[in-house]
Ligand binder design. Structure first.
Ligand code: CTP
Ligand code: MG
Length: 386
């Protein structure tokens, strides 16, 4: 709630007494985990955060322990038995509040765990002028009336129709009276219908797609949102040998020895290629260009890196930055650095300002120190493409 407007006193009823038959599984959907917490607890927390001071959780008969565990412990909570239908469950919740009636009550489906604060605010504000208020969404598709044998039998005007969500908000005295008056009539779809039938006006406020009801098993498995950034690292070594060409970062250097390998043995480009593939979790350079395949014999390594960048693009990512370290005693890398940067930027389709090329010796220690080989390691950051 915002700071200016005082929070009106309100209680809430969360109906959680259904069996969740369409979702299936061992326990009712409202007690299962969703986004790290039981489904029911999400709504409990949202209502408490909005300033609700009493919450009645309506649970299936004999499942108070499960309901209490799923709701989490809080002094504001009370658990009561539900009924055979949603309407009976709502009635049980209302009766539990009658002895100490609140001014307003929000009636909410436990099966709608993502309850935005703004919706609660809009509902409470509407109760200042109406005995009832419900969150609704526009219908975006055109509508057909289904006739016998699945044949279209006329149309409905979508502009006059709305999709209805919960929580539904009411002045407590009005909704209790309306439910009591409804008794004996067929089951109502929701509480707004009950209030409306008794003559109470129901304000329609903007709902929210996040309030979608978990109804089917697939509603539990959400696709993981692709992260904004990904990072990969790569490492490679090639042997230095007389009579070989020395390729580093896609340029040929004059040196008394060169690197040997199946391809042009450009150890620096190989490390960057592996880092790109690592960042998108798509194997390594050997997976895509097997050394056993003769077509890569003597191949230029710039095509390996360009291919890895293309795969990253297909996964929805672009190069953010490249940080390469070449480990060798000789040749000196410094004089070639500007040219190397330009070439790596060209191959990867980036600006050279995001390409960093560093070099170090190992103080004459180890195979690089003895000039038996050159090692390279790279870290690559990827950012989600727009
Ligand atoms: N509900 C309830 N008491 C009932 C039936 C339903 O409290 N006798 C609650 C559900 O727990 C849910 C909400 O009403 O939070 C909306 O109902 P629905 O999505 O239909 O849930 P279920 O009835 O549990 O699911 P299904 O219809 O698939 O069995
Ligand atoms: Mg149901």
């Amino acid at each position: 709630m915002n700071n200016q407007a005082p929070v009106p006193e309100f209680a809430a009823i969360i109906v959680a007494a259904g069996k969740g038959l369409r979702v299936g599984g061992e326990k009712p959907k409202q007690f299962r985990e969703w986004r790290g917490k039981p489904v029911l607890r999400h709504s409990v927390k949202a209502l408490l955060n909005a300033g609700c001071d009493r919450i009645v959780v309506v649970a299936p008969k004999g499942m108070h322990d499960e309901a209490s565990h799923a709701a989490g412990s809080n002094d504001a909570l009370m658990i009561v038995d539900g009924g055979k239908t949603r309407q009976q469950s709502v009635m049980a919740g209302l009766e539990a509040l009658v002895s100490l009636p609140p001014e307003y009550v929000l009636i909410h489906d436990a099966a709608r765990p993502d309850l935005p604060q703004e919706v609660i605010e809009r509902l409470l504000r509407a109760l200042e002028t109406h005995p009832g208020a419900i969150p609704t969404l526009p219908v975006v598709d055109s509508l057909a009336v289904c006739g016998e044998g699945n044949v279209m039998d006329g149309k409905a005007d979508r502009d006059t129709l709305r999709r209805v969500q919960t929580p539904q908000a009411f002045r407590f005295a009005d909704v209790v009276a309306a439910h009591r008056a409804w008794r004996g009539q067929p089951n109502a779809g929701d509480d707004a219908q009950v209030l409306s039938a008794s003559g109470g006006s129901v304000a329609l406020v903007d709902g929210d797609e996040r309030l979608k009801k978990i109804t089917f098993a697939e509603d539990f498995s959400e696709p993981m949102a692709a992260p904004q950034y990904r990072i990969g690292q790569g490492y490679d070594v090639h042997r230095l040998q007389a009579g070989e060409e020395l390729w580093l970062c896609g340029i040929k250097l004059e040196h008394d020895k060169g690197l040997s390998g199946h391809s042009d043995a450009d150890v620096a480009l190989h490390a960057i290629t592996d880092a790109v593939l690592g960042a998108i979790g798509n194997g390594d350079i050997g997976t895509h260009f097997p050394p056993s395949d003769p077509q890569w014999s003597g191949a230029r390594s710039d095509q390996f890196l360009a291919h890895a960048v293309k795969l990253a693009g297909e996964s929805g990512y672009a190069i953010g930055n490249i940080d390469l370290t070449i480990i060798c005693e000789a040749p000196k890398i410094g004089p070639h650095r500007p040219q190397m940067r330009t070439r790596v930027a060209e191959i990867t389709g980036t600006d050279e300002t995001v390409v960093s090329i560093k070099a170090t010796t190992t103080e004459r220690l180890g195979f690089t120190g003895r000039e038996e080989g050159i090692a390279a390691q790279a870290i690559v950051g990827l950012t989600k493409s727009a």
